[in-house]
Design a protein around this ligand. Structure first.
Ligand code: COA
Length: 177
């Protein structure tokens, strides 16, 4: 990981051709473009302050991908939540995937894999026990992506989305990544 002097953000290693895109941490100046990607690619949208509070609280794992012209073409954001452990009354830290999206023209190039891999490593600093996420039961593409990282479907959350669609609740033990 190196520091980009121009943006003062961290740049991560990509497995793909760096001339196509690179991954770095998000900064507040990027949020308008992140919101633009979100609004184009996902039905779930959030107010600006929501993105800002996630960025303020968990900056190491809020990553963006930019193309060679500097345009943001993808993002991923996580938050850490305290939740009861499945096996005891203890509360444990869980890394909750809030949102990931890749602009349509940049899909199937490994951008999401790279965002997930780098952010899942970065979030370990919060001493998390597991990674958790929700995904629409119809979102075959995203489900395949998460399965690639060994996430397993733990349960179904009925009517999870505003339009009434169910979600798969998928989890991965931190020791399995
Ligand atoms: C899901 C999404 C983030 C994947 O982004 P991406 O950059 O195209 O994904 P990658 O190129 O890194 O592919 C990673 C893996 O995902 C799966 N995948 C991606 N696109 C796929 C497709 N069209 N069909 C089947 N599997 C697919 C594959 O397993 C792929 O690995 P492989 O290329 O080695 O086979 C992207 O399609 C997207 O932004 N969708 C809209 C937003 C969204 O649904 N977000 C998730 C909400 S839970």
């Amino acid at each position: 990981m190196t520091t980009n002097k121009e943006t003062k953000t961290n740049i991560f290693n990509n497995t793909n051709d760096p001339s196509e895109f690179f991954i770095r941490t998000c900064s507040s100046e990027d949020l308008d473009e992140v919101i633009e990607v979100n609004e184009k690619e996902l039905p779930e949208d959030y107010p600006y302050f929501f993105y800002k509070s996630i960025l303020d609280d968990f900056p190491e794992c809020f990553l963006v991908a930019q193309n060679k012209h500097g345009k943001i073409i993808a993002y991923i954001m996580w938050r850490v939540e305290k939740a009861p452990s499945a096996n005891s009354l203890k509360y444990i830290n869980k890394a909750h995937l809030v949102s990931i999206a890749v602009s349509e023209g940049y899909r199937r190039k490994g951008v999401a894999k790279s965002l997930l891999a780098n952010s899942m490593t970065a979030i370990k600093k919060y001493k998390i026990h597991e990674y958790v996420l929700e995904v629409r039961v119809s979102n075959y593409t995203a489900i395949r992506l998460y399965e690639k990282f060994n996430y397993k479907i733990e349960s179904i959350k009925k009517n999870y989305y505003r339009d009434g669609e169910n979600a798969y609740f998928m989890t991965l033990d931190v020791n399995d990544y």
